[in-house]
Design a protein around this ligand. Sequence first.
Ligand code: DXP
Length: 256
Amino acid sequence: MQLYDKTFESRLLLGTALYPSPAIMAEAARASRAEILTVSLRRESAAQRTGQDFWALIRETGATVLPNTAGCHSVKEAVTTAQMAREVFNTSWIKLEVIGEADTLQPDVFGLVEAARILSEDGFAVFPYTTDDLVVAERLVEAGCRVLMPWGAPIGSGRGLNNPYALRTMRAHFPDVPLIVDAGIGLPSHAAAAMELGYDAVLLNTAVAKAGDPVRMAQAFAKAIEAGRAAYEADPMEMRDMAAPSTPVLGKAFLA
Ligand SMILES: CC(=O)[C@@H](O)[C@H](O)COP(=O)(O)O
């Protein structure tokens, strides 16, 4: 899978928040085989000792760091956070979140497009957390985004794919843009369903971090994402309304 200038084997991007401890986060990250970990600048820029330990653990995984602007509610805040993240993490990659509504943590798509344009022009590789709206997606591509990350469901909800039809439409509309379902995934089967739709990857956090056994859940997601991708590449059968016998009737035994 190619994302901007880098190639990856794993199609799972994992968040690093909400784990019971930094050590469990690192173990889960390794178990997931994720090659990209998203981290929040707001958490890691803190100079406390826990922040330092956390960063050391992230580095030890060897994963590519994708800083995010989680918690930003305005263009200015998101752009400033991205610029600080570039200094702190020494990368021009940014997962761009501009939150527009508190109950659903729904992206402010107007602010998102504006911030994406500013950051793309400033040399950032922008990964926008967006809705499944095609027009907004077009605007993000025009603004310079080479990857799109539509939501499955609201962040932290664990509901899975709220609108598979819209996600399928988006896949058909952007055959050449890497598409990553971001947020709302609750179960490995949700991630597999996204991959079966032909999505390039899945980004998730809460489902692993808040599982009773995050390490085991990370392994389960890794397997589900691989299975979903293999199914997509194997060209699944068409769904039908009516039955079609799977056992041939020709040559049936004749009882006199
Ligand atoms: C960590 C992060 O980037 C989240 O904002 C992301 O959108 C994942 O959402 P879930 O926690 O619902 O998987």
